[in-house]
Write a protein that binds this ligand. Structure first.
Ligand code: 0X9
Ligand code: ZN
Length: 302
């Protein structure tokens, strides 16, 4: 089995992803969706029990923010279970297909691993003086010209989708949006299940707020039943605050995905982002129960 007691490099994630596609050709397709600013491969895994594309589709994105390493860890573990665990694949692929980008910002992640643990953005050289755009401020719906300078952690970029990573995931969404029932973007930290709107002042509630809340509770309850950890579930603006150009609002507002969530996983270590390796195994197993509850709901209800 792959080792979930350490943080993997971008290369390890890509190698494992490719190997799944080779070993389980009927279940996994590895699809290149673009190239990062530093020319790393951006990819998605399309996971099904055969005949991808005929069932309701679940879209999961990990690794948007460079320093939020538990994001990729929990998403890679989900992929492992969906593909390699017969029980999980039976119940979770029977009535739904999955499309997963486990490591959306490989350049930023590698920079966080090797140079600056708290790096957040991508690593594109925006101009001669500065590097890095916050991908979660670079989506078109509600995008705003930067109120903070390039070089700041939340720089929104010169224009919507100026960044290859946000551009690639939006293109992928455009191709599959008819079948997509839910989009999850996985971040840390805060133990929160957040949903739109998160760009206009509180309350700024989305039309199907109540349904978002109900499905969010499925995540919360599944995890609480396993470990007692309690996630907060609610509107972004109320629980966390506003941000312009984030992927959640874009996927709901421009791509018309019916259910859209930002998950904020657990904190760890001194900064909150450096969740200790010794506990990743427990965290990814705990988190799997949340993904599973969402997957079962989509499978049963669409
Ligand atoms: O600020 C963000 O991009 C997310 N939090 S994080 O600490 N992981 O950076 C939250 C985004 C929530 N969505 C919106 N505000 N629309
Ligand atoms: Zn984040």
């Amino acid at each position: 089995d792959p080792n979930f007691n350490i943080y993997w490099s971008s290369d390890q994630m890509e190698t494992y992803s490719r190997s799944l596609a080779q070993r389980f050709p009927n279940r996994v397709q590895f699809e290149v969706i673009g190239r990062s600013a530093q020319n790393r491969i951006l990819y998605a895994l399309k996971i099904s029990n055969g005949g991808f594309g005929n069932k309701p589709l679940i879209f999961i994105e990990g690794g948007c923010h460079a320093r939020e390493w538990v994001s990729q860890a929990t998403v890679m573990y989900l992929i492992h279970r969906l593909v390699e665990d017969p029980v999980a694949s039976n119940e979770l692929l029977e009535n739904a297909d999955w499309i997963i980008t486990p490591n959306l910002n490989p350049d930023g992640y590698e920079f966080s691993r090797t140079n600056n643990r708290l790096w957040r953005q991508n690593r594109r050289q925006v101009n001669p003086n500065c590097v890095g755009v916050d991908l979660n401020r670079n989506f078109a719906f509600s995008w705003r010209t930067a109120t903070v300078a390039c070089g700041s952690q939340t720089f929104s970029g010169p224009s919507p989708f100026s960044e290859p990573e946000s551009h690639a995931i939006n293109d992928l969404m455009s191709r599959y949006r008819q079948n997509i029932k839910i989009y999850l973007t996985v971040h840390s930290f805060g133990d929160m299940v957040l949903f739109p709107w998160g760009f206009q002042g509180s309350p700024g509630l989305i039309g199907n707020h109540e349904y978002h809340h109900q499905v969010g509770l499925l995540w919360r309850n599944a995890i609480q039943a396993q470990t007692g950890k309690v996630y907060a579930v609610g509107n972004v603006a109320q629980l966390l605050g506003n941000a312009f150009g984030a992927s959640d609002d874009h996927m709901a507002g421009n791509q018309n995905v019916n259910l859209v969530y930002t998950l904020e996983l657990s904190r760890g270590g001194l900064t909150g982002f450096d969740f200790p390796e010794s506990q990743i195994g427990n965290l990814v197993r705990e988190t799997f129960h949340g993904y599973r509850a969402i997957g079962l709901h989509i499978g049963r209800n669409y």
